[in-house]
Design a protein around this ligand. Structure first.
Ligand code: FMN
Length: 399
């Protein structure tokens, strides 16, 4: 095995068994191809690179050979790589991903021109219906050129998936590595939640003590982000409402911020709007009676009066067809299950994920996934793996 392949599966097995041809063309964004190929491999993909001559002005075939552990096609030769990778033969690729894709290559692919290794591969892929995904990379003026726009629309009509660009003001921002990898996972995945509207509510709520201080908690929001990613990978139309987070939210996930429990309650729609709502948020049970201004720092002792806040889960019930809550306790075993089931009944939940706080460390967790029908699954692994399992379990139950 090529030593570079050692990174395969280091993040997940979600692309296990998937062969991806990565077409690289002559944009400055070609420098991203090294990391993109490695990230796809971390999720288990086998990546084979085809490069145009202009791409070689920006990165070398040697680097991409090293990155992927596979030979790079810079020219179609007697091996007929376009046919062996994309023709209807054993070992046919699962996806042709052209990233970055220049305006030149988009237009040639739309016209059926096959004069580089990448355009020739695309020509075959469109004929054999191997999925083709294009990540355009060019400045806004090139992208808005009417001929390029016509070609983009033509290719979309022919079933090609476009990832980005994100147009804001006078800029066309290329999709980043994570957004591309997520789009690939969604494209090649089972899409068991396609057409479903899903909301994740996460992070640490903050209740104001005075105008500058808050009562909050140490929830990082990591589980919420992982759930949103796992749901999007299964094709769900995903939103993340979040309070304070200490992990970053990928910018391709639609998100809205709230501060306190009462802010969150105001955001809940009156009607049934979501197919699935998951609430790993650490929401406050009590709120201080807020004092105006700033409490003096000179007092020896101060007393805060806390009042009980309304419960959020019962209010979410009206907008969610499937509602999942989370319960962190400082007990485990039967006691944890008993408490979790009581919370499930109180709030008419469809699922509850419970854990002993002692079983959670950075990136790792041990949890019980409990369903309304009484099924209990014990799960141990990273937060990303737990999120993946929760989303799969929901898909199994709402199908
Ligand atoms: C420094 C530099 C950066 C470029 N960046 C882009 C780009 O981002 N997008 C694009 O469409 N063309 C870009 N070009 C122009 C392409 O390289 C040119 O159109 C070339 O013919 C593309 O060939 P290919 O599509 O076969 O790779 C750039 C050229 C240079 C010299």
């Amino acid at each position: 095995m090529h030593p570079s392949k050692g990174i395969q599966y280091t993040k997940s097995r979600i692309l296990e068994g998937k062969k991806i041809i990565l077409g690289v063309t002559g944009s400055i964004a070609a420098v991203q191809a090294f990391e993109l190929s490695r990230e796809l491999m971390r999720h288990g993909a086998d990546v084979h690179v085809a490069m145009t001559q202009d791409a070689e002005k920006f990165i070398t075939a040697v680097s991409m050979h090293f990155a992927t552990g596979n030979e790079v096609t810079t020219e179609i030769d007697g091996r007929t790589q376009h046919v062996s990778f994309l023709g209807e033969y054993e070992g046919q690729a699962d996806l042709l991903l052209i990233s970055p894709c220049t305006s030149n290559t988009i237009s040639k692919v739309a016209a059926g021109i096959c004069d580089t290794s990448v355009t020739t591969m695309a020509c075959v892929a469109l004929g054999t219906k191997v999925p083709l995904m294009i990540v355009p990379a060019m400045n806004l003026a090139m992208y808005e050129n009417p001929a390029v726009q016509r070609n983009v629309e033509f290719l979309k009509g022919a079933g090609v998936t476009f990832v980005g660009p994100d147009i804001s003001g006078k800029k066309a921002k290329n999709a980043g590595t994570q957004e591309i990898v997520e789009a690939v996972i969604t494209k090649l995945g089972k899409n068991r939640l396609a057409g479903k509207k899903l909301l994740v509510i996460g992070g640490a709520a903050r209740e104001m003590i005075d105008d500058v201080r808050v009562i909050s908690n140490i929830s990082s929001g990591e589980t919420a982000v992982e759930l949103a990613l796992a749901a999007a990978r299964q094709g769900a139309e995903t939103e993340l409402w979040h309070a304070s987070m200490s992990v970053s939210i990928p910018d391709f996930i639609k998100s809205k911020k709230f501060e306190s429990v009462n802010d969150l309650i105001k955001m809940i729609p009156d009607e049934n709007e979501y197919d699935i709502v998951l609430v790993p948020a650490a929401l406050s049970d009590y709120s201080p009676v807020r004092q105006k201004g700033k409490i003096s720092s000179d007092e020896e002792q101060i007393t805060l009066t806390l009042t009980k806040l309304p419960k959020v889960l019962p209010q979410l019930r009206r907008t969610a067809r499937f509602l999942a809550g989370f319960k962190a306790e400082s007990t485990g075993g039967e006691e944890l299950i008993k408490k979790a089931k009581a919370r499930m009944d109180e709030n008419s939940l469809d699922m509850i994920v419970a854990n002993n706080i002692l079983d959670v460390s950075e990136g790792k967790t041990k949890s019980k996934i409990i369903l309304k029908d009484g099924t209990i699954e014990t799960f141990e692994g990273s937060k990303a793996e737990l999120a993946e399992r929760i989303i799969e379990s929901i898909a199994e139950h709402i199908e």
